[in-house]
Design a protein around this ligand. Sequence first.
Ligand code: NAP
Length: 262
Amino acid sequence: MTDGSAHVLILGGTTQARQLAETLAQRPAFRVTTSFAGRVAHLRTPVGDVRVGGFGGPAGMAAWLREHRVSTVIDATHPFAVEISANAARAAAATGVTLFALRRPGWHAGPGDQWHGAADLADAATRLPALGRRVFLTTGRLGLAAFAGLDGLHFLVRSVEAPEPPLPRRTEVLLDRGPYTVEGETALLRAHTIDVLVTKDSGGPATAAKLTAARDLGLPVVVVRRPPPPSGVSVVPDVAGALARLGRPGPGVSRGAAGTCP
Ligand code: NAP
């Protein structure tokens, strides 16, 4: 940058991305842009510059990185957003820009938890009939077609924006974005007589309120395991880790000199 600050591109869409933008904005050494996919109508706009919409694949992102003289990309997207993470790895490799990922650690079952690991949403769907009849589905608004064939089950789907069809025949939608409390989640599970919960392993510093509520009520939980980050991309667990990583020189995932995207 002309003022000597380093341009950091945060790939956003998570609470951690917003917190990171806030923290970096207080440091004159950095200029921050947060990028959003543009899927949510009402964005919680972070501090710093914002861009919205896809880059047009890895080549498009590489072009953006060059044009805006980005020195570091921090992939702070949701751990299940695999396409943008893969694109970032390829764009960073093509441009020589440093890349690392900010990912909240995954959740771990504790005493009293009845968790059933699933490889993906389709696997989660196959496990449900043996576990319950009234399902609290909290995996987001996309990919619910995986559950669409389960006509015998009742689904309470909670998402920030309306889920995309096809949906299961017996679906009730609850639009909400949290934050949630154990008391609130317990009351919700009781009010809807839920007997099984489905969640992605989105992770976080503490166990999510819904998981604690399910454990307290003795309910089984299907936990969809998170995909690994792209090979070679280093991961930090929190904003403090990202700050420490930014302070260290190093190429991150960059492999070789700037070039064209494969
Ligand atoms: P995805 O499948 O990994 O990405 C699909 C495409 O959307 C990407 O190829 C890219 O388009 C564009 N895109 C995604 N994130 C972007 C970003 N931050 N900035 C610019 N373009 C982006 O992503 P997804 O799973 O649909 O998630 C979309 C966004 O929602 C992510 O930013 C993620 O952090 C957030 N989110 C996802 C989940 C989830 O469960 N997947 C949950 C909560 C929040 P181009 O190829 O054109 O660049």
